[in-house]
Design a protein around this ligand. Sequence first.
Ligand code: PDD
Length: 275
Amino acid sequence: MDQIEGVFNGSFELVENIKISPFSRAYTFSDSIYEVVPFYNSKAIAFDMHIKRLLRSSNELSIALDIEQVSKEITQLISSCSSENGYVYYQVTRGQDIIRAHIYSKLMDIETFGYVLPFSFKTKTLKVMICEDIRWGRCDIKSTSLLGNVMQMNSAQKQDCDEVIMHKENILTEAGASNLFFVKNGTVCTPGLSKNILPGITRALLIKEIKKMNIPLIEGNFDLTDLSNASSAWLSSSTKGLAPITEIVNLENILDTQEPIYLKCKEAFDYKFFS
Ligand code: PDD
């Protein structure tokens, strides 16, 4: 990969030149939060919503964040990108310990790290696997503690899948790195917000478009039977946009990537954010 532009504790440099202490709490405890901010035609998509969610995540972890500074750094990374389309990854870590300790010192300086990458936002179709949601109880915080997601997505990859759809005791939650939508009996269904799912920005943007088009929508509790009766299903995220699911390997169901409600959502979303 080409050299990657980054920023560490406010200094802009190539990622390969950044040095991080092994006592960084991101490294020892995943004591860190992050955002992925997409941009198209050099303009961030839903910048304020990403910043607001980062602030919420940092407040939940009692990490004091200079959000003005963070906003400036993300904006500068976007302008430094060699491509007009891409995304910024930005991580905030509680700081570095003198020696590893669960209970953190209140005097610690926070550590921030970001980088920018060109990205094409081409729509990809997805093959997915259903699996149990084995993650912790605060998936609404965009924390870097993603081991449950990593384990499930990598076991799905062994079945030649790109993503997972997770459920907790049969109730659908979300995907490994995206939110879930499906159409059942002409209604768009998506799991309601709770501590078990990330409040996706793409999810919120799409819901707004769906409401504008007066397409019936339910945010609520759905189970695997609902999904097996779906006529189309897709995942949403800042990097995937709306990605249609072609196959769920361990659920009997026939999904149509040309289903009219999905196509309407996709067209409206792409027109609004990628044109
Ligand atoms: N993932 N749920 C999970 C678990 C996610 O990791 C993501 C995003 C989403 C969608 O959120 P948004 O629409 O705000 O991108 C839902 C990012 C892209 C990532 O970790 O790379």
